[in-house]
Design a protein around this ligand. Sequence first.
Ligand code: ARG
Length: 463
Amino acid sequence: MSSMKLWGGRFAEGPSEIFEQFSNSLRFDKRLIGADIRGSQAFAKALNRVGILTGEECAQLIEAFDGISRDSQEAGFYQDADDEDVHTLVIRKLKHRVGGLADKIHTGRSRNEQVSLDIRLWLRDEIDLARELVRDLMAALVDLAVKYKDAVIPGYTHMRRAQAVLWPHYLLSYFEMFARDDERLADARRRVNVMPLGSGALAGSGFPFDREAIARDLEFDGITRNSMDVSGDRDFALDFLYASSTTLLHLSRLAEDWILYSSEEWGWLELGDQVTSGSSLMPQKKNPDSLELIRGKCGRVFGSFSSLYVTMKGLPMTYNRDMQEDKEPIFDAADQLSGCLKMARNVVETTRLNVARPALAAEESWVVATDLAEALARNGTAFHQGHKIVGRLVLESVQQGKKPSDWTAEELVAFAPEFTAEMIRYMKPEEGMRTRRVVGGTAPESVERALEAAALRLAELRK
Ligand code: ARG
């Protein structure tokens, strides 16, 4: 290898082949080529404004960059490219097109700020895409909630049946998680969307660039405030990785729930044939691979987050080559994030609820126990006393193999004088559910309002 370098004058000998290969980042940072070109075009305009490029030269460079952009879509563009990184490659291609004029493009610019700019431009688009996909998933959850509006399921704590809730209430809990993910992505975007050019390598550029004008050209919200910070900062990428990780965390919990709920043991959900696979050996199998992969990829995205987190830890100010290790985690996390969001939506859209199964699970268990204890408290029994009475009722029922529906009003009153005959209605899970009318509760009216609010929020987000 003896490729063109953006440096080299100071060296009597060239780099070893081992070092060249070891330090090369083109094979992955070529994903930044669109951003690199766009940023370089804006930079050419900035060079024109400070008099380094004439208007004509600037126009010539911008056109040449457009040409490189078109070429980069062609097969073979990267064939034989042995450039150190994408920034070097773009300048070499520029030289092919405009000759010596290309030597002016890097005036007062450093790759340290360029790489920050490129990642910001790239991430901005990825975040916008991810936010759209999050909202698509939220919409699919609302659709699935509305489809089985009255379905009752036992909610769990400690993986034990706890209290009855409406199916839409359960789905809306995920809606809330994804709504927060959308906010976190928006928050990351705010810190991504700041323009770093003009920072130079670390000390600020020696040319009086109108940095605000560059920011406007590239549709940034504003400019960075400290050149050393720009050179050493990857917080914005970590913000994205954190937002991605939390989104994947939520996706993996949904995946886990549904892997269980669609198993033979639960039998609540029927996953679509479209998102399940068979076994090469066992003909009867219908496996939830799509959900298992979502759960698996979550770990991978956490890995990307911790990878860059650890890379940045303890780095001396400002730029250090360690930071080149930022790109693969960012790229991979973005790919897994969008892939998992699309997959999850596809699963949600193709899943059916067997309403009778979770309803039976609720009826056969003692999810009504809290409802009974609260009915006693409403009638004047101190809650701890009521709790004890119902606890004994459950114990006796379990010993006798009795379900809530096996009790009659007479037996209930005979069991403890604190019970009234009309409290027998709480043996049906639906009755207790109706008492949970607080905002955020699972009573049908509350859930109805929550569904309406969710639809409104989605419409607002999509504006
Ligand atoms: N490929 C490098 C990276 O991604 C570009 C910056 C190089 N800067 C330097 N001082 N060597 O970090």
